[in-house]
Design a protein around this ligand. Sequence first.
Ligand code: TTP
Ligand code: MG
Length: 406
Amino acid sequence: MARTIMHIDLDAFFVSVEQALNPELQGKPVVVGGSADKRGVVACASYEARAFGLHAGMPLTTASRLCPQATFIEGSFPKYRDASQRFMAILADFSPSLEPVSLDEVYLDATGFESIYGSIWQMAVAIKQRIRDELGLCSSAGIASCKVVAKIAAELSKPDGLLEIARGEERSFLAPLPIAKLPGVGKKTERILSGLGIDTIGKLSVMPLSALKSRFGASGELLHRYANGIDNREVEPPGAAKSISRETTFGKDTKDRSLLEATLRYLGERVGAELRRRGRQARCVTLKLRYADFTTIARSRTLKQASNTDQTIFDTGLELLNKALAQEKQPVRLIGIGVSNLVEPGRQLDMFDPSAQRLEQLNIAIDRIRDKYGFTAIQTGRTLQLKEIFPTGGEGYTLQTPSLSR
Ligand code: TTP
Ligand code: MG
C-alpha cells in the first residue's frame, strides 16, 4: 500500500531548549558543549552561531575564535531528556506509529491521516504549531512516500521548515543533492564515490547496481535504492526491531541430527530474510531448544562482525546446536533461532572483505528470487530434506508455529 511518512527533527535542539528556558539567549549565537576555554567540542550551535561557521563537533576553542561573542553553555542532559519526552508525547497524539531515532528526531507513519487533517501538510503544520506552543521549540518536517526521502526533505527545509515531496518526484528531488546527504554515505564512502566521479545522488542513482554491489556488498544495493528514492523500511515503534526470531515445535520429539539441522537452516533463512528486509545486520545469534521434558535453553554467541547473511546465522546456530546436543541426550521438542543486537548496515560500508561481500550478494539474489516465486523456490541441500516432512504453501513450509508463514 502507498504510504506517507513524516520525519520531524527539532532545530538546534540543545540550544533551543536553553533559549526556551532563558529568553535572553533568544536570537543570539549560543553554543552548548562547554565553556569556551575548555577542551571538548560543540554539541549544538544556534543558527545564529552557525552563520559564523560553527557546527557540532567543532573544537570549542575554534568556535570561540570564530565567534567570540557567542554564549557558551555547559548544558544539562536531564533538561533535554525532559523536552524530548514531551516532544514524543505530542507526536503520540497524532499517530500511534512513531519511531524515535534520537532525542529530537522521529519518523511518523501518516498514511491515511488526510481525512482527519485535510492533508498531511496540514497535519504537519498542526504538529509544528503544538511543538512551538507547548515547548517553545522550532521543528522541521519532511513528508514523502518513504523514510529516506522524508528525512532528507526535513533536513533541507531547516530551520522551521516544512517540505513535502510528491509521490513520483522522489528521484528528481534527490538528483541534484550532494551524495553526503544520503544516509549511509559516510566520509569514507563519499571519498570512494568522489574518486569515481560520483558527486550527486543523481549520478549515484544511475550507477550500475552491479558496480555498487561489487564495491560495497549489500550496502551497495541499499545505496542504489536510496539514491533512487526507494526505501521499504517501515516506521518501527520502539522495541519492534530489537530482535528477530523464528521457532517451531516438531510433530514428534526428535533426535534426528539432519532434521534438526535442516530445520535450523530453514528457520535461520527466515530470520535472515526478515533481517535484510528491515535493512539491518545482527551482532548476536541465539539458539533456543526445548527438550522432551520441556526444559528450555537459550544459547547465544556474539559475532565478530555484524552480519545479515543466512550462512553466518546458520553456521553460528549450528555451532551452538552441536554444543548443546553434546551436553543433553534428550530428544528435542522445539527448535528456534534468533538474532539480536541489530545495527544499521551503514558502518558495513567501510568493510572490504571479499568473501563476506560474496555472501551478501548471494543473499540478495536469493531474496529477489524468493520475493518473486515464494520462499521455497530456492532451497539449500539441507532444507530440501524438509520437503518430505512438511507440506509447502506458497509462502513456505507449514510448520507448527504460525509466525513461520511470515
Ligand atoms: P541534531 O538534530 O543532529 O542537530 P540539532 O538539533 O542541534 O540541529 P538541527 O537538527 O537543526 O540541524 O542533533 C540533536 C542534538 O543532539 C543536538 O542539539 C545536540 C546533540 N548532538 C551532540 O551532542 N553531538 C553531535 O555531534 C550532534 C550532531 C548532536
Ligand atoms: Mg535536530
